[in-house]
Design a protein around this ligand. Structure first.
Ligand code: OSB
Ligand code: MG
Length: 388
């Protein structure tokens, strides 16, 4: 009976149905941080971000857009991301037939730059496909279940003693790698004090582009502290000076701001501008671009780790799934929800075990429930667009 045979064949290999988005919603959310986070480029006491939700055929996926209120880390802002999503990316996405989540990025490629806006939408579409297929996001990305190693990024503090105390708390909490922020005038003494108190902890410093090549002697001095790496010491859009600096210091340079695509990563490695790459999906345009950076680095034996942008639980879980890929051999900046927010937007929140591990969710998509009443409470504005 052909009907029976067809049904049996369908059970063996379900048809890979394409989809077209029918609705995109963008909310601007505001979540107070438990502790203000200070870097060389500014201070953040309240986290504002966009939650992008993409729907097709009754299934909805969610992505966190990490653009900030001000263009101080990278050029995008909440305002530019909302504009570019509304006027360009949403219409392009509605027009695309998507056989899988990798099909969205090429459909948005005509828009130059605006990686954070693209990533918010693209990551929502990955979550949508994972939920539609009933699989955890890591499976769709090509990663694995289990646990990931947690690291922590400690912001600039009022003085050196306060910083050492803050680091002591994180070491006691089990984090497997400590990152401290540095800024001109708040560098030597700070790194030396943390190193003196914790001689063996894996320690690194992130400058967020606050220095120039004229500061090479400072970084040569920091070589004495055995940092695992120094992150983004020079210009946010530079790779040439970083290559020069890397030749003058022993400590590996890790690039963050400067790597906004797989092409940037390829050129940075070609020039010797870094020996480690920080991958933030939001900074490179989404998961497909993150996988491209990951694969390129892995093929060249260059370790990668997953950066953070003080995300709510939604973006935090996306980071957890991403770093289950095999090239993520170093602990990243993904820490417990409770370090940031009194009440995260997900239930359960992201937690870190006493030995510094985070469990990878096994449920469909991001894998933890979004607490919609909390999202509603945090919503400052909301727009929705439908496929014409
Ligand atoms: O440079 O990695 C960075 C936060 C906001 C903007 C840039 C950076 C950071 C962090 C914090 O270091 C990482 C986190 O805890 O999410
Ligand atoms: Mg950084």
């Amino acid at each position: 009976m052909p009907g029976v045979r067809r049904a049996a064949a369908a059970r063996r290999s379900p048809p890979v149905a394409s989809l077209q988005l029918d609705r995109i919603e963008v909310r601007r959310l505001r979540l107070p941080l438990l502790h203000a986070f200070e870097t060389s480029f500014g201070r953040c006491a309240v986290k504002e971000f966009l939650l992008v939700s993409a729907s097709a055929g009754g299934v909805t996926g969610h992505g966190e857009c990490v653009a900030d209120t001000e263009p101080f880390y990278l050029p995008e802002t909440l305002g530019t991301a909302t504009h570019v999503l509304r006027d360009f990316l949403a219409p392009m996405a509605f027009a695309a037939e998507l056989f899988g989540p990798r099909d969205l990025a090429p459909a948005l490629a005509r828009v130059r730059g605006h990686e954070m806006a693209k990533a918010g939408l693209e990551m929502a579409v990955w979550d949508l496909f994972a939920r539609r297929d009933g699989v955890p996001l890591f499976a769709l990305l090509g990663g694995r279940g289990g646990t990931i190693a947690a690291g922590v990024s400690v912001g600039l503090q009022g003085d050196v003693e306060a910083l050492v105390d803050a680091v002591a708390r994180e070491v006691a909490a089990g984090y497997r790698r400590i990152k401290v922020k540095i800024a001109p005038g708040r560098d030597r003494a700070l790194v030396a004090a943390v190193r003196a108190r914790f001689p063996a902890v894996p320690l690194m410093a992130d400058a967020n582009s606050a220095y120039t090549l004229a500061d090479a002697p400072l970084f040569q001095e920091l070589d004495a502290h055995g940092l695992t790496m120094v992150e983004q010491p020079l210009g946010w859009d530079d790779i040439v000076d970083h290559a020069t600096l890397q030749r003058q210091i022993r400590t590996p340079i890790c690039l963050d701001e400067s790597i906004r695509s797989a092409a940037d990563a390829r050129k940075a490695l070609l020039l010797g501008a870094c020996r480690v790459v920080n991958i933030k999906a939001g900074r490179v345009g989404g998961f497909a671009a993150s996988l491209a950076v990951h694969d390129l680095c892995r093929a060249r034996g260059v370790p990668v780790w997953c950066g953070g942008m003080l995300e709510s639980g939604i973006g935090r879980l996306a980071n957890v799934h991403l770093q289950t890929l095999p090239g993520f051999t170093l602990p990243g900046d993904t820490s417990a929800s409770a370090r940031y927010f009194a009440e995260d937007l997900i239930d359960p929140p992201v937690t870190v075990s006493p030995d510094g591990l985070i469990a990878v969710p096994e449920g469909p998509g991001l894998g933890h429930a979004i607490v919609w009443p909390r999202v509603e409470k945090a919503t400052l504005a909301k727009e929705e667009w439908r496929r014409p």
